[in-house]
Design a protein around this ligand. Structure first.
Ligand code: FAD
Length: 309
């Protein structure tokens, strides 16, 4: 089978890109990657170590312009005879995959967490992660978007060739005025450990406790929506249904009630630890470990305990 994997390498090779290639490798076939972004050829070539046979790159395409990206992938799919197109289920995929699905008349399976089973059915997250479904599509060309952190990328091969590709994407209708990349911060969707807090922390002046624990753990920080809405924390930290959806290995939530809209963005986390003064807080139902206690006491104690390791 010819598999085309799209990756958006805006400024570095994200873990989700490696996962998408590893996913294609597990399905099996000839894997070509089509990439946009500014990452250099040598770095793109390392995708060969995860299973890619070749990388096609078109740096003239603006990742922000989903129409351009759609045209690029459609052309790459045609030139490689792709029967399956794989995306990581990120913001770009959410905008591009449905467009591509219509353009190529290709069935789209969105939010996959496993490779197709013997019947060609793919396990997907449904109802904001509250349940699993099994989906199959019958079209000749198929598209799958893979939920981040569902697959562990493993190196087994060697670097592959990287070729410039003219996607014929045309002029962009989007003008990028400014790009801001927070320095030194771990991007939330890529973080394996996340320390998050909500309105229970009473005010932005108390976030030092959250940052201290995140620092000793090497974790990213996140927050509930009201905290970002009030301006206690930046909006890019807001997780949930209307914010960033994350699936870290560890999610520590302090002073967050666990409303369904918050859970929708975090309940795919491998281990959830909840710290809340209210034993009836709904978050405890989704927690693997719970501490009924005051975040102002528990967070500093946790930080001290981690420091001892
Ligand atoms: P609260 O509900 O006020 O809870 C604070 C918690 O802190 C309580 O459980 C309390 O017991 C606990 N607490 C208080 N003091 C302490 C202490 N000292 N130590 C420990 N615990 C303490 N929310 C999101 O987060 N993300 C979303 O994407 C999102 N999208 C939404 C979309 C829609 C359409 C709607 C209607 C709502 C959305 N919300 C979202 C809001 C959501 O419904 C909740 O209102 C919100 O998550 C509550 O935030 P919170 O838990 O920080 O605050």
């Amino acid at each position: 089978m010819n598999i085309l994997v799209y990756i958006n390498s805006s400024n570095h090779l994200a873990k989700s890109a490696l996962e998408a290639v590893a996913y294609a490798k597990k399905i099996g076939g000839t894997i070509t990657v089509v990439a946009t972004g500014s990452v250099d050829d040598a770095t793109l070539g390392t995708l060969g170590e995860y299973g890619a046979q070749k990388v096609l790159v078109d740096r003239s395409v603006s990742t922000e312009d989903s129409q351009q990206v759609t045209r690029l992938i459609a052309k790459a799919a045609e030139s490689t005879g792709a029967e399956l197109i794989v995306f990581s289920h990120d913001l770009v995929a959410k905008a591009v995959a449905p467009r591509l699905s219509v353009r190529l008349k290709a069935g789209l399976i969105s939010g996959a967490v496993d490779v197709p089973n013997a019947n060609g059915q793919v396990k997907v997250n449904v109802f904001s992660g509250k349940a699993f479904g099994f989906v199959s599509v019958k079209s000749a060309t198929k598209i799958i978007s893979l939920l981040p952190n569902s697959f562990q990328p493993e190196k087994s091969g060697s670097a592959c060739a990287v070729e410039a590709f003219d996607g014929g994407a045309g002029a962009s209708v989007i003008k990028v005025v400014e790009t801001k990349i927070p320095e030194g911060e771990i991007p939330l969707p890529e973080a394996e450990l996340v320390v998050s807090a909500g309105r229970g922390l009473k005010g932005p002046e108390n976030w030092g406790m959250v940052e201290d624990l995140a620092k000793v753990l090497g974790a990213a920080t996140a927050c509930s929506r009201p905290v970002a809405d009030i301006g206690w924390r930046p909006h890019h930290e807001h997780v949930g249904q209307t914010g960033v959806a994350i699936r870290p290995n560890l999610y520590i939530a302090a002073g967050i009630s666990g409303a369904i809209q918050h859970l929708a963005g975090v309940n795919g986390s491998k281990v959830i630890v909840v710290i809340n003064t209210d034993p009836e807080a709904p978050f405890f139902k989704a927690a693997d470990y719970g501490v009924v206690g005051d975040a102002f006491e528990v967070l500093p104690k946790l930080t001290e305990a981690v420091k001892k390791f």
